[in-house]
Design a protein around this ligand. Structure first.
Ligand code: G3H
Ligand code: 13P
Ligand code: ZN
Length: 317
């Protein structure tokens, strides 16, 4: 059942983080829904501009509708990830989405406020909530490259002002993560002090952590052993740190890259071990199972596993 993102945040805030998973195809949808039902977790399925282009808006939305019917136990929200203004308006008009993210974080503060406020006004008129972003993550995001050295952590005072001026419902904050497989080197990690400062000024306000993949070294090693060439210095967020961020207001955790690594590992190993094979459904079935296991594991780390009964109780479902 599709619910509002706000409802999930109301139940989750301070207790667990809701996993927000990007999908681009049918196999990911099958594994995502299976993994969340298996681990009894509420979740957010999110669609990027790239996904809407790759799978066609009509098709990716139809896949989600079909999954909702096939997995009647699943409780989830549908979200636009890193939307621009036209994508947000299109999603708001469609009536299909629980929430949209307007990402104008590459603009200066005043322009980010102006763009976000326009989207918030349009979304709220239709009962849809809005995630915005302030601060710059490192790494590669859509077509914008931000040098890790110049990635700005979110300024807490600006975050409070930004939320007051825009009326957004949740805020993606830059707290040390970046998109993709190369996030940290050496002993770098999440900036808990910064998250705590933001929460102090924005109590009970849901914060969103982007770039939350952990890029497991074993996964990279398996991919490379099966013919891949991913730089083994790739490093992500320690997934044992998710739960420490929860009491500080981190309520939504975005994961995409790790799922892509699962896909790559399964398919590389399958075709290495079965060079004669060409029926793509065989590795497809393995991927769905592996992706479901991966989602259930992440949900354990986020604390969302086993929360479905509580969500149903609070929301009266
Ligand atoms: O933050 C970006 C997400 O990982 C989506 O990636 O734009 O390649 O679909 P994408
Ligand atoms: P990763 O690249 O770390 O998976 O981050 C995904 C993300 O933030 C999607 O918005
Ligand atoms: Zn992101």
């Amino acid at each position: 059942m599709i619910v509002t993102t706000d409802d999930l945040f109301k139940v989750a805030y301070g207790k667990f983080a809701v996993g927000a998973y990007n999908i681009n195809n049918m196999e990911q949808a099958l594994g995502l829904f299976q993994g969340n039902v298996d681990s009894q977790a509420p979740f957010i399925v999110q669609i990027s501009k790239g996904s809407r282009k790759y799978a066609h808006v009509s098709m990716i939305e139809a896949i989600i509708r079909a999954a909702e019917a096939d997995f009647p136990e699943a409780i989830f929200a549908v979200h636009i990830d890193h939307g621009d203004e036209p994508t947000c308006y299109d999603a708001i008009e469609s009536g299909f989405y629980s929430s949209v993210m307007i990402d104008a974080s590459h603009e200066d503060f005043d322009e980010n406020v102006a763009i976000t406020k326009r989207v918030v006004d349009a979304a709220h008129a239709k009962g849809i909530s809005v995630e915005a972003e302030l601060g710059r993550l490192g790494g590669v995001e859509e077509d914008i490259k931000v040098d890790e050295a110049n990635a700005n952590l979110t300024d807490p005072g600006q975050a409070k002002e930004f939320v007051e001026l825009t009326g957004c419902d949740s805020l993606a904050v830059a707290i040390g993560t970046s998109h993709g497989a190369f996030k940290f080197s050496g002993t770098q990690g999440l900036h808990f002090d910064r998250i705590a400062e933001i929460q102090k000024l924005l109590p009970k306000f849901p914060l969103v952590m982007h770039g939350s993949s952990s890029v497991p070294a074993e996964e990279v090693a398996r991919i490379n052993a099966a013919g891949g060439a991913i730089d083994p210095s790739a490093k992500g967020v320690d997934e044992n740190e998710f739960i420490k961020a929860v009491p500080l207001g981190v309520t939504k955790v975005n994961i995409d890259t790790d799922g892509r690594l699962v896909w790559t590992r399964v398919h590389r190993e399958f075709f290495r071990d079965h060079p004669e094979a060409f029926d793509f459904r065989k590795p497809g079935v393995i991927f769905v199972q592996e992706y479901a296991k991966f989602i259930a594991h992440k949900n354990e780390k986020l604390g969302s596993a086993g929360q479905l009964a509580e969500v149903k109780k609070v929301l009266g479902i």
